[in-house]
Structures are given as structure tokens and as C-alpha cells.
Write a protein that binds this ligand. Structure first.
Ligand SMILES: NC(=O)c1ccc[n+]([C@@H]2O[C@H](COP(=O)([O-])OP(=O)(O)OC[C@H]3O[C@@H](n4cnc5c(N)ncnc54)[C@H](OP(=O)(O)O)[C@@H]3O)[C@@H](O)[C@H]2O)c1
Length: 247
């Protein structure tokens, strides 16, 4: 995968699931990883695992809901590796609930992590990418960024927003040779459903994931594919579902 070799890639939400799988996939192909999330023990372990396999990785504990911490993350990547080729805005939360249950803290968390986190990431890396006239920003949306289901209203709202932001970014920055990719997974095995506290929804979602969910590596491979394209080719959007998932 020649186009991944030596690319500097920041991954948010690298401490589990899709972010962790993506870090391993890209590291095995020669990328230099900057791992970010809140759980330091997980990041340290992943960094060690990647290094033990001959890969390159550093980490920085980062909360994506803080624009300052996202700026510091980008500065750290620039200081250690000299440039940022790719940002994977992957951190996300999905505490589904029905609107009438008024779980306002959960709504705010989703808006802060899934929307503001993505925007803060974009803001942190754009200056150096614009200066170099080169870069790639990959944002994790979801099948829920295409279809709204009862109980996933706010989450879907945040993932529709991610698609709107990614398309706006594409229109604003293609002239600066900055690529934008939307990745929309269906059900994927990870820790994502653990945050659901709505007892009317959780059993059904757990069952769906048990029956259908595909490995996080499936999404990691799609992300690697988008990154490895020559710089004049932009993979702008991909939906990756389990074969047996209807919606
Ligand atoms: N799994 C699916 O079925 C599925 C389907 C469609 C889309 N997605 C999207 O894929 C992305 C990755 O999710 P996943 O499935 O891999 O779930 P996951 O295993 O729960 O991973 C979520 C990651 O986000 C990080 N995170 C959460 N809040 C954060 C914050 N405030 N600051 C920094 N990092 C934060 C978590 O790390 P810390 O807790 O250590 O901070 C964790 O590494 C999400 O955007 C999700 O919406 C997943």
C-alpha cells in the first residue's frame, strides 16, 4: 500500500473499536500514528502493541469536546512528525433513547462529541494542511446519518450533521488539495452500545448487534482504502453494512 507509507495519521477514539482497529491496520502498512482518546491505559497498550509489531505510534490523551485539547493534539503531531497527512475523526458516542425520556445529558454528550468534536478536529488540522496544500480528513458518520429510526433521533441528527460538515469541507477545501471522506458503518462490534441506558431500547439493539455486527477491521480496511488512493482521487463517501443488515 504505497500511499499509506509514512503518512502521518491522527486517529481520535483510538482506544477501542473502529479507532483501535484502524490504528493497527494503518500501522501495519507503514503509517505514523498519533493516537487520541481519554483512556490513557488503552492508548499506552495500543502504542506498545503497534511498536512491538514494528509500527510507529505515539499517543496523546485528548478529549475531543475541548477545542484547546484538539489544537494541542495537532501541535503534538506536528512537533513529533513534522506534518499531518490524515485526520480520522472517529470518536463518537451513541446513547440511544426515545425523545420523551428527556435524557438531555445524553443529547448534549452526542452533540459535543459527535458534532463539535469533529469540527474542533477539522479546525485543528486545517491550517497546516492548507499551508502544505495537502491533506485528508475522514469523518465517521453512520447508516444513521442516512436513515432515522425511532430511538436514534438525536444520534442520527449528529451523524446527518457529520455528513453535511464533510460535504461542506469538501466544497471549501478541494482547491487546496484537501480530501474529505465520509465513512458510514452499519452494525459493527465495538463498545459503542454500552452507553445505552434506555431499558426499552437496549435489549433490541443488543440482539441486533449479536445477530449481525461485523468486525471493526471491516471498517478499518475501508478507511485504509480511502487513504491509499492517489492524491487526485477522493473517495468521498462509503456505506459499509453487514451483508444481512436491512437498514
Ligand atoms: N459500532 C457501530 O456499530 C458504529 C456504527 C456506525 C457508526 N459508528 C461510529 O464509529 C465511531 C467509532 O465507534 P466504535 O463503534 O468504535 O465505538 P467505541 O468502541 O465505543 O469507540 C468510541 C471511541 O470514542 C472515544 N471517545 C468517546 N468520547 C470521547 C471524547 N469525549 N474524547 C475523545 N474520545 C472519545 C472512546 O475513547 P475514550 O472513552 O477512551 O475517550 C472510544 O475510543 C463513532 O463515531 C461511531 O458513532 C459505529
Amino acid at each position: 500500500m504505497p500511499n499509506n507509507q509514512n503518512k502521518v495519521v491522527i486517529i481520535t477514539g483510538a482506544s477501542s473499536g473502529i479507532g483501535e482497529a484502524t490504528a493497527k491496520e494503518l500501522a501495519s502498512k507503514g503509517a505514523k500514528l498519533v493516537l487520541a482518546a481519554r483512556r490513557e491505559d488503552r492508548l499506552m497498550k495500543l502504542q506498545e502493541e503497534i511498536r512491538n509489531h514494528g509500527g510507529q505510534a505515539i499517543y496523546k490523551v485528548t478529549d475531543v469536546t475541548s477545542s484547546e485539547q484538539m489544537e494541542e493534539l495537532a501541535e503534538y503531531a506536528l512537533k513529533e512528525f513534522g506534518q499531518i497527512d490524515v485526520l480520522v475523526n472517529n470518536a463518537g458516542v451513541m446513547p440511544h433513547s426515545f425523545l420523551y425520556k428527556k435524557k438531555i445529558d445524553d443529547w448534549n454528550k452526542m452533540i459535543d462529541v459527535n458534532i463539535k468534536g469533529v469540527l474542533y478536529g477539522i479546525a485543528a488540522v486545517l491550517p497546516s494542511m492548507r499551508e502544505r496544500k495537502s491533506g485528508h480528513i475522514i469523518n465517521l458518520s453512520s447508516v444513521a446519518g442516512h436513515f432515522v429510526g425511532a430511538g436514534s433521533t438525536v444520534y442520527a441528527g449528529t451523524k446527518f450533521a457529520v455528513r453535511a460538515i464533510s460535504e461542506g469541507l469538501r466544497k471549501e477545501e478541494y482547491g487546496n488539495n484537501i480530501r474529505s471522506t465520509i465513512i458510514s458503518p452499519g452494525a459493527v462490534k465495538s463498545e459503542l452500545t454500552q452507553s445505552i441506558t434506555d431499558i426499552d431500547l437496549k435489549p433490541g439493539i443488543d440482539k441486533l448487534y449479536e445477530d449481525l455486527a461485523i468486525d471493526a477491521e471491516s471498517i478499518a480496511r475501508a478507511i485504509a482504502y480511502a487513504i491509499e488512493q492517489p492524491s487526485d482521487v477522493a473517495i468521498n463517501e462509503m456505506i459499509i453494512r453487514p451483508t444481512h443488515q436491512e437498514r
